[in-house]
Write a protein that binds this ligand. Structure first.
Ligand SMILES: C[S@@+](CC[C@H](N)C(=O)[O-])C[C@H]1O[C@@H](n2cnc3c(N)ncnc32)[C@H](O)[C@@H]1O
Length: 212
């Protein structure tokens, strides 16, 4: 019951705030010609819903209740209830993978396992589009971070503690740079508190930055 309430709150309050960012992520994949795509930790399936008219997308999440909502949001999308650390797919099948706000809440070893799994199921030229928190540096971003802090506090102790550690250690850019990925583009939004990074699975080099 509590979980259903949280899902309804997430859907009504947070999803509208993230719509622009998720549309941007979808556009990145559409611009690259679509193809078989995987949304890992898809939650209630909004990203899948945006992608479904343009490409074949599979949503994966560990939480069956989330997936039931996801199915109502995107009835044509196949959803898989599984652990992101043990992806139940053949090697090298996906052209794109999305991980949206689903690294910061995990512990460091789980985050790395997720990237390794994604690397295994992505094809040779697979791209990864990841959205997650950046470390707030300016005064403006610190103000925005306060609101995020409050929302994250409601998400439970483990989630909150992992998220604090993630941001304190440099956020998404630092995390990805410590893995063997080529960072192609970085886009900042939400007063620079959220970064959306498009990366390939090899050596890291930033080629452009934009602001949403
Ligand atoms: C903060 S939500 C993000 C949801 C969605 N990607 C979005 O952007 O709205 C994190 C999601 O990760 C899922 N999750 C947590 N641990 C997982 C695991 N080990 N494997 C797959 N999904 C997991 C949760 O059920 C939740 O839906």
């Amino acid at each position: 019951m509590l979980k259903k309430l949280l899902i309804l709150l997430y859907s009504a309050l947070l999803e509208p705030l993230l719509a622009k960012q998720k549309q941007y992520i979808a556009q990145q994949i559409i611009d690259e010609g679509g193809g078989l795509s995987l949304d890992v930790c898809c939650g209630i399936g909004r990203q899948c819903q945006m992608l479904a008219p343009f490409c074949t997308v599979i949503g994966l999440d560990l939480d069956f209740t989330m997936l039931k909502y996801a199915h109502t949001n995107a009835p044509t999308v196949p959803f898989v209830c599984a652990d992101a650390a043990h992806l139940p797919f053949k090697s090298r099948v996906f052209k794109h993978a999305v991980v949206s706000l689903a690294l910061h809440d995990k512990n460091p070893s789980m985050r790395s396992r997720m990237l390794n799994e994604l690397s295994a199921v992505g094809d040779q030229q697979a791209s990864l589009v990841i959205m997650d928190f950046a470390r707030p540096l300016s005064c403006k971003s610190k103000v925005g971070h306060t609101l995020i802090w409050l929302i994250e506090r409601l998400a439970g102790n483990d989630h909150f503690t992992n998220g604090r550690e993630f941001v304190k250690n440099g956020g998404l850019t630092t995390f990805l740079s410590s893995h063997s990925l080529t960072i192609e583009t970085i886009k900042y939004s939400a007063w620079d508190n959220i970064s959306i990074i498009r990366a390939l699975f090899s050596h890291a080099k930033v080629t452009s930055q934009h602001f949403l």
